[in-house]
Each structure stands twice: as C-alpha cells, then as structure tokens.
Design a protein around this ligand. Sequence first.
Ligand SMILES: [Zn+2]
Length: 619
Amino acid sequence: MVTTIGREIIRAKLPDKYKHYCDAPLTKGAVESLCTEMAKDDPDRYIDVLQDLNNIGEAVVSTYGRDTALSLDDLRPGKQVRAYNQQIKAIIKAILNNDSLTEEQKEQRIREIGYKYADKIQNVVFKDSDDRKTSLAMQIASGSRGNKAQLMQMMFGNWLMKDALDRDIPYLMADGYSDGASPMGNWMSASSARRGRYLQQFATGQAGYLGKQVTNVTHDTNISMEDCGTTDTGVPFPADSTKNVGAVLLRPFHKHPAGSIVTDEMVAEAEDGEEMILRSPITCKAKHGICAKCNGLSENGRFPAIGEYVPLNAARTYVEKITQAGISSKHGASRTGKMEASKQADPDGEGQPTGFRSVERMFIAQENFPGGALLSQTDGMVTGIRKAPQGGHYITVGTQTLYAPADREPIVKIGDKVEAGDTLTDGVPNPDEVTDLRGLGRGRKYFVSKLDDLLRKNGWGVDRRNLEAFAKGMINKVRISDENGYGNYLPGDVVNYDDIASTWQPHEDAIRTTPDKAVNKYLEAPVLYYNIGTRITPSVAKELDKYQFKDVLVSDHEPPFKSEFMRPAESLQNDKHWLPRFNGERLQDSLFDAARRNLSDPYDSPSFVDKIITAPYKQ
Ligand SMILES: [Zn+2]
C-alpha cells in the first residue's frame, strides 16, 4: 500500500505491537483506540510514546510551518459543494415563491428543509474537502481540531440557526463564510452566535458554581475510623450488580458470611432477582464521617486510609464531567435541529430537563422541581382522580386534594393505598420532599439511586459507592422540631444528624418488637437504611420483614427533630463550627449567626476548611 513520510515517522516511534495502526489513516477513532490500548496494556511506556508523538508534531510545525499551514484552496468550496449549494438554494426559492402557501406554511416548510438536509450538507461538504485532501478535512478526521458542522459553516453557510429563545429561525443560511456572508446571512447568524456565546459563558459559570457547592458540602466527611461495627444497618442492592464489588456484606450471602468483601465471583453467583444487603457509607454508624468498612475497598483494592476525603474525591470526578458537558453543550445538536426531530420518550415522563439541568435539579431541589413527580403528602387511599379544567388532574388522597400539572400522568387509581412520599404521577421525585416525607435514611438512599441513574443517562457515570459516600455528607441535617428543644439545641436549630444519632438515648418505654407490631411507632435505633425517628408504616414493616430484621426498637414518641434536605449552598452557612462557614455564602449572616450562638471551633476538626486555614500556623 501507499504510505507517506509522516506515517513512517510515527510508525518508527510506536512500540512494535502498535505499529499496525499506521497501516491505515490515523483517524480520530484510530487515535483513540491506539491511546486506550497503550494506556491499558503498556501504561509505563504510554507517557513516553505520547511525548514522542507530541515532539514529532512540534518539530513538523516549527520546521515546515509555512508548508503545512492552510492554503487558500483549502478554504474554497469545491465544485460539488457549489453545485449542491445551487440546488438547495433553488429548493428554498421554490418554497418562498410558492403563492399557494401562507407565510406560516412557508416558515414551516423552510424549517423542515433545514432538518432534512442538515446532515446531508455536512457530509457533502466534508467529502468534498476530504476528496481534495485538504488540511481542514485531515484535521477533522484526526479529531485534533474542528468538526463537520464548522466546516459546513465555512464552505456552505450556517444553515439552520436558533434565536435567543431557542427557536429554530425560519431562514436557512446558505452562504459560506469563506465566500463572504450576505448581509442577510450575517444579520441572522449574529443573533445565533450571540446566543451561543452567552450559553457558553453562562453554562461554564453555572457548572462551576454547582461544582464548588457540591465539593464544599463534603468538607468534613472523611474516613474517620476502621470499623464502626454495625451489624444492623445497610442497604439492599441487586446481587448481580458489579457495582457491589469491594463492598462489605452486612448479611450472609450464599455461603459467604457477613463481613465478607464482595468479589466478582460472588456477583456471578447471584440468581435472578436476588439481593445483597451491603454495608454502605449512608448507613455507617461512625460518629463523624465514614468508617473504612462501610466505605468498602477503593479503586486500588484497599480500604481507604483514616483521614482520606473519599466523598470529596467522588464529588470531584463527577463535577468535572458535568462541567465539561456544560461547556460543550453550546455545540450541541441545536444547529441541525436533531433535538426536535428525534425526541425519545423519557422513562421519567414528559418535560424532563436534559444534561446539566437534569442533574443540577437534584442538588438545588427547588420547590418548583422541573419534571417533578407529584408525591402523596399523607398515608391514605386514593379517593378521586379528575381532569382539571386548566389541564392536568386533581388527585385526592383521603381528604387531601393535590394538583398534578398537565405534563404529568397519574400512575395511581381510585382505591389504591398510598403512603406519604409515594409517587402519584410519573416524573422524578424531588429529593427535598422525599427526605421531608420519608426521613433522612430513605432520602439518602433515593438521592444516590436517582443521581446515579441521571449521571449514567448523560454518560457521566461514576462508582455508585462513591455517590453513597457523598450522600452521607450531603444529606445529614435535621431541624429541631420539639417546642422544648432537645439537649442544648433550641427549637428550629439545624443540627447534624450524626451528632444526634451518636448520643441518642432511647426513651425508657422503648420496646423491641416485630416490624408488623411496630406500625405507627417510631424507630429508637437505626435499622437497615432507616434512621432514628422514622415512623414505621406498613411498607416499612414489610421491607424489614422481607430482609429478616426480626425485631426493631420502637416507641410512641415522635422524634424531637425533622429530617431536612439542605441545599449545598446553605449547608456551610449552617455548619456547627464557625471556621468552615468562611467557605460558604452570605458570610455576614452566617458569621453573625455563629457569634450569636456562641459557636466555637476546634481548629483541628476533620473539615478541610479548618485544615486550609490553620495549616500555616501548625509548624
Ligand atoms: Zn461504618
């Protein structure tokens, strides 16, 4: 086969095993699989090889810069593109000159042409440049710079654009920038370009802001001890999930005793529908942070060391992915109109936000939750479902009537028995509401599984166990609700649940009984993933029974606190020490509040804020 000097120079630098990659063009896909293969099989040489390739690139650019630069011909559309452009313009003209169409119909036709030809034009333009072996085409094929859409803009025109309100503009720009845009094309594309610029700045800022909040909320959750010794708190997971590998069994699984570390082989033993009950960071009983056993093995196959900030690292991995996605979202499919053309049914129902927004809502958890499900506020029976005149439905549970907006589909029927927090419609439950109605333990469990689901859906998947560690730090606040306060806390105080749980004294009249006899009583000791104070409902009792928790410690006393989902931004403002509050927001309020409450700071707390501030003074 014909080769080139460039190809042979690269071949010379590759280890023998990989030289065959130079037998074919090094396209984006080929470079990616070459790099992945080397990184996996030959990690030691990987860096050297990449450095060698980089050196070749630099040498070529500095020696032959002038010759390898773009030539004028690279920027000119070829004959095929010009012919195609004329053809398309004729189609557009025919629509505009068709007197039998109304203005609206014309606009609609124009948009349809826009969607129909977007991909075709990109391919024709790319093929034309590729056939002529232009540098631009090679750059795009190698994945080093540019993309087909940008090439189309230069050679053919911006084609279909969006206005500031994200609507497709019924004007198809078919003048390439390399020939000079027409005044009309220029005018139209300017508005679209402004929108793109704005989205980029805005998305980066928002993703960065969320990232900061999300990492901050983990500030004092680290590995605090070897083993909290829990024997009755954990989370059931499908036994065949490879995500279980590295976690510690709370209950025996097949012949493996409690305390075993889950291996690939154990996961392979799982039968359909079987579950494993695992120790988890969200059910760890450590007074602060997480114990190594509940955390499970790290990626390196060892238990994390005391002091390690596992949740912080977890947050960083996915925040980075989200931020990247936020930045690149401006390039999205909007230009081709694909989004409108192929909207797929979302299993969560209509009106679900996508990308960054789908994840962000889980942290901000505002009252008006985008794509949110309607949850029952009480236990009771569904006694009415009727269409609302303004669209949507009225759903009545017991005596309480709730409104489900038009984009939500009821999933219950009259006569169904529901509990507070059960979903009445499709959609994604707001984690704030779930935590409020069902308690901290179930709030954490739900938050982990939904966040895991949404991150995966967007291709930002991370280790589920890392998310569990994160959720332990993030959802850990309760508000004192007893009018007499509790301990040294006043009514309304926001307190870490861990602090209450670790010093909790069950009421004297608390009894141990079977789950079914405990219905409508309150937990006096945590069990499975239910926190202290959880009211035992029939479904909780059923769940405990299913996992063979034979007896539970309960009483008739309502707990003196209510679980609270606190947005990351508010979490530091409410920290129990004053120093970490510096890393939060609304400093004036939060520091005055700290002074008023006479808050202290141990200066060597597990918080990384303490460590950053006090480190220079500890010599
Ligand atoms: Zn533990």
